[in-house]
Design a protein around this ligand. Structure first.
Ligand SMILES: Nc1ncnc2c1ncn2[C@@H]1O[C@H](COP(=O)(O)OP(=O)(O)OP(=O)(O)O)[C@@H](O)[C@H]1O
Length: 231
């Protein structure tokens, strides 16, 4: 699903070397944590996958295809095949939980295809997956932080992405809500979506174990298939 081959990323403005010769692969269907101190390069790793940044050297491939070959409309297509979740859930404040999820489907799918696909069923299924169908009419301000983050997950997966990228998805949450969000991400993974989670949440990485990649000052220093939080 993801292949990094000797990937380095240096930001031109500051000349910061955010990633240094990183090589790794993530297979379809895996659940992988990306950990490291602040500034270690986790978000930069994600930015390359979203083609928000280009490697200074080396190659990033998704589904076997080098990312630089993706241009224009194909970049949009690439992003549609990826769901994203960030620390700030960025829900639209004036739309209900249901409409936030439906809106995502509307902007990512061709209209005729969506009609055939049954929007309503898909939005309902996504809200059920995160356990919030009963709150479908609530505005984000009427939901707890944890519930808002679960709506954000529903929005990220309603288009059935092959890959879900989550950058600090539990950053704003208390331990109970954090565990719940991680359980929902595991459910998404069980349905076949490859999940990559960049996180500082030691407790979660320790308790809900998955393969763990550790970055240190831009270098990939550890790849542990059994997981555990060791920086
Ligand atoms: N747009 C940018 N321009 C210049 N330097 C950047 C940019 N984004 C990140 N950096 C630098 O690149 C390095 C890696 O940053 P990155 O955001 O990838 O780390 P991180 O592991 O995600 O950190 P955190 O856990 O704090 O979010 C840091 O030294 C950072 O200051």
């Amino acid at each position: 699903m993801i292949q990094f081959d000797q990937v380095s990323l240096q930001y031109p403005a500051t000349r910061t070397l955010a990633l240094s010769s990183v090589s790794t692969q993530v297979a379809r269907g895996e659940f992988v944590y990306l950990i490291g101190h602040s500034g270690a390069g986790k978000s930069s790793f994600m930015s390359l996958l979203l083609k928000r940044a280009l490697p200074t050297s080396g190659e990033v491939r998704i589904s076997g295809e080098p990312l630089p070959r993706y241009r224009g409309a194909r970049v949009s297509l690439l992003r549609r095949r990826m769901g994203t979740i960030f620390q700030e859930n960025m829900l639209l404040p004036h739309l209900s939980a249901y409409d936030n999820v439906a809106f995502a489907l509307r902007v990512t799918e061709a209209p005729q295809k969506s009609v055939l696909g049954g929007w309503h069923e898909r939005v309902t299924a996504a809200l059920r997956l995160v356990g919030l169908d009963h709150k479908r009419g609530a505005l984000p301000s009427q939901l707890s932080q944890g519930e808002q983050q679960r709506v954000a997950i529903a929005r990220a997966v309603v288009g059935r992405p092959a890959l879900l990228l989550a950058d600090e998805p539990t950053g704003n949450l208390d331990p109970e809500n954090s565990r719940e969000v991680m359980r929902v991400l595991e459910k998404v993974n069980e349905r076949g979506t490859t999940v990559l989670v960049a996180t500082h949440a030691r407790d979660l990485v320790e308790s809900q174990r998955h393969r763990t990649l550790t970055l240190r000052r831009g270098e990939l220093v550890r790849d542990d298939p059994t997981g555990g939080y060791q920086l």
